[in-house]
Design a protein around this ligand. Structure first.
Ligand code: PEP
Ligand code: MG
Length: 326
């Protein structure tokens, strides 16, 4: 069985009827690219850069960041590398960045919100990513976006960084792709508006589930409510993919845990997701599933799933449908 999965490494993630998607890896630090390459991931769909900050005693400077981003980009000469800007706050703190205690940290000064408050810190990271962009196919992704206003605000700051680099004669990729995570319900609901400002979306189901169901993703007491198959989540995911399909040139990926789930993979494939980003070890299994179905069948299964009333019914439906196809 393991041998079989290994044999898939260099094959495309393509359905029986020729619909191709992209399987990429989630990484926390540059060394993680080894696992992604070994498992046949064609790039990185989520580089959680907060670990670079968290594993450091002091604020990592521009050159240190540049070196990390460059090494990841160089590992994938042909594939995309989506670098997510700092997602700190919530449960993640930095020893060298004093932050006030908050009553609801996950609803507070987290990720892009913190970066707007600490613009100097934000700009160091953006400059480092821009400088690294000449070494590969860099994509910049903003986390925890709740409205188009924040997207525009982030892009203004990015433009400032580009201008600074230009004035200093430092090269960067002028076509660097800019996208956002869709992980807050308000962003999913207004995806059609946000689509006009970006090159790509990546759906973060870990937080999307938490914020849609009002369930702390870390609290075992309420984890029974945490269900990515819940119709509320599926409808939002569908809405985001549709908004993306209606916007020319935009692509939609998913980097939440859901994209590495075999049952979810059928639904996401059928809904038209372009890119699946997951822990490296999940890639071969998801590739095997994608290569074993017809896109047309996945579309039917996904549409039927969207008419069901509960997450359990959705899971049962996918399992039954897959059995019938065999
Ligand atoms: C998500 O929220 O789905 C996600 C991928 O980001 P993180 O798990 O890092 O919050
Ligand atoms: Mg998240």
């Amino acid at each position: 069985h393991l041998k079989e999965l290994e044999g898939l490494k260099d094959l495309d993630a393509i359905t029986l009827d020729g619909h191709k998607v992209e399987l990429v890896g989630n990484i926390g630090e540059p060394g993680d690219v080894i696992g992604v390459l070994k498992n046949g991931g064609v790039g990185v769909g989520l580089y959680r850069t907060e670990f670079l900050y968290m594993n450091s005693e002091t604020m990592p400077g521009e050159d240190k960041q540049l070196a990390a981003y460059r090494s990841v980009l160089e590992a994938f000469p042909d594939g995309p590398v989506i670098i997510r800007t700092l997602d700190i706050g919530g449960d993640k703190k930095l020893p060298y960045l004093p932050m006030d205690d908050e009553l609801n940290p996950f609803l507070g000064l987290r990720a892009i919100r913190l970066c707007f408050k600490e613009v100097a810190l934000f700009k160091i990271q953006l400059r480092a990513i821009l400088r690294a962009s000449v070494y590969g196919h860099a994509h910049i992704m903003f986390p925890m976006v709740s409205s188009v206003t924040e997207v525009r605000q982030a892009k203004v700051i990015l433009k400032e960084c580009m201008k600074e680099l230009e004035e200093s004669g430092i090269p960067y990729d002028k076509d660097v792709k800019v996208g956002v995570m869709i992980e807050i319900p308000s962003a999913a609901i207004t995806a059609d508006i946000i689509a006009k400002e970006v090159d790509f979306f990546s759906i973060g189901t870990n937080d999307l589930c938490q914020y849609t169901m009002a369930v702390d993703r870390m609290n075992q007491e309420v984890s029974y409510l945490y269900d990515p198959f819940n119709p509320a989540i599926l409808r939002l995911v569908k809405q985001v993919i549709q908004a993306s399909n209606n916007a020319p040139g935009l692509f939609t990926g998913m980097c939440g845990e859901m994209s590495g789930d075999p049952i979810a993979a059928i639904i996401l494939l059928g809904l038209g997701l372009d890119e699946f980003s997951m822990s490296a070890i999940a890639i071969p299994q998801i590739k095997k599933i994608i290569r074993s179905v017809r896109y047309e069948d996945a579309r039917v299964i996904a549409n039927e799933a969207l008419n069901l009333e509960t997450g359990e019914a959705v899971v049962d439906h996918v399992l039954e449908s897959m059995k019938k196809l065999k």
